[in-house]
Design a protein around this ligand. Structure first.
Ligand SMILES: [Zn+2]
Length: 356
């Protein structure tokens, strides 16, 4: 194993090295590890110690540390282990510099500061319990309340009257440029006192909590001006939120594309995506799309019903749109993302490059 040849391993190659060693429940972690340059291919060492290592800097990280760093909610009960586990690479590793959208410093400053809480983010933080409850709880425990004798549709209507309402298109932003705390743009720009009583509904019991939380995802497209924001959002909503997420609209072409799309690929109910891809800074005009690691991670999404290629805002220093309906590449991306859920992709990678 030499360091000079390994970095040519594609995302898929790296992901495959985890397949036989890590359980499927850890898929969100293995995808993110592969996206950030990790592989798991040194038996018996890695089998014994249960971990993975970076193909560039060789840093070995134990499985439990990666899971707490990459699969938990960023503001859950285990902030400490998340903070520790971020050290997935050596300090000078290029993967560390380029791929992880959060660093220990921003977590630290957010833990110190952060009094400005929006109702929605507070709400996400409230569920940080273990996540074995993806089926509606009502089937597991008989509910004495008459609320549960109502048809589900009626209950959902009641919740929707009480819960903070999300627009059909809800942009997400961060509290400040360096912060990793996210809020809805609506919550961010709102002045005056916020009504925090609405979300008391979620504290009543777990069954109400789960049904009511579903409302936030059913008809809402969450919109992100970068894949970094998308990634922070996916981490904040945690495993339960990721299990409910239906629609996203994201501007990409950034260094955080691989880790964000690799985690998005672990959202089982995702139905639709709007991709607004700028030409990444380091890619020359006219270069094939398929050179991008982020695109390899994007192609792991499957079972979508709607794939749209949207406009990019061309701001100062930003590059123009890289992918639109007129390009043959767009048809390939759409074909791949709409293939049946979980079926193998039609794209083959040879030495890290696309073979069409
Ligand atoms: Zn590394």
């Amino acid at each position: 194993m030499t360091i000079t040849t390994l970095p040519t391993l594609s995302y898929i190659d790296r992901l495959t090295t985890f397949a036989d060693c890590w359980p499927p429940s850890l898929e969100p972690t293995t995808r993110q590890l592969a996206a950030t340059g990790h592989i798991c291919d040194r038996p018996p060492l890695e089998a014994l110690e249960e971990g993975s290592h970076c193909i560039t800097c060789n840093k070995f990280v134990k499985r439990e540390d990666s899971v707490s760093a990459l699969q938990s909610s960023l503001f859950g009960s285990n902030q400490e282990s998340c903070y520790q586990g971020l050290k997935l690479h050596h300090a000078a590793c290029t993967f560390l510099q380029n791929r992880i959208p959060i660093d220990a410093q921003s977590i630290e400053s957010d833990l110190r500061g952060g009094q400005a809480l929006s109702a929605i983010r507070n709400l996400w933080e409230r569920r940080s319990k273990p996540q074995q409850h993806l089926q509606p709880t009502t089937h597991r425990h008989p509910q004495p309340s008459t609320l549960f004798s109502l048809p589900t549709e009626l209950r959902l209507q009641i919740y929707s009257q009480i819960m903070p309402s999300m627009d059909r298109l809800t942009p997400i932003t961060t509290l400040s440029k360096q912060s990793i705390r996210i809020v809805t743009e609506m919550g961010f720009s709102k002045t005056g006192p916020r009504d925090m009583t609405k979300i008391n509904l979620l504290s009543t019991c777990r069954a109400v909590h789960e049904e009511a939380l579903d409302i936030l995802f059913t008809n809402t497209t969450y919109k992100f001006e970068s894949t970094k924001l998308l990634y922070l959002f996916l981490r904040h909503i945690g495993e339960h939120g990721r299990a409910l997420l239906k629609y996203v609209d994201v501007a990409c072409g950034d260094r955080e594309d691989p880790i964000a799309f690799s985690l998005l690929a672990s959202c089982p109910k995702l139905k639709g995506i709007t991709i607004r891809l700028r030409r990444p800074v380091l890619i020359l005009p006219g270069s094939p799309l398929w050179l991008l690691d982020g695109v390899a991670c994007l192609l792991e999404l499957s079972g979508l019903e709607k794939v749209t290629f949207g406009e990019c805002k061309v701001r100062e220093g930003k590059l123009p749109k890289y992918l639109d309906e007129s390009k043959a590449d767009a048809a390939i991306v759409r074909r791949e993302l709409t293939r049946p859920k979980g079926s193998p992709g039609g794209v083959r990678w040879v030495d890290g490059h696309l073979d069409i």
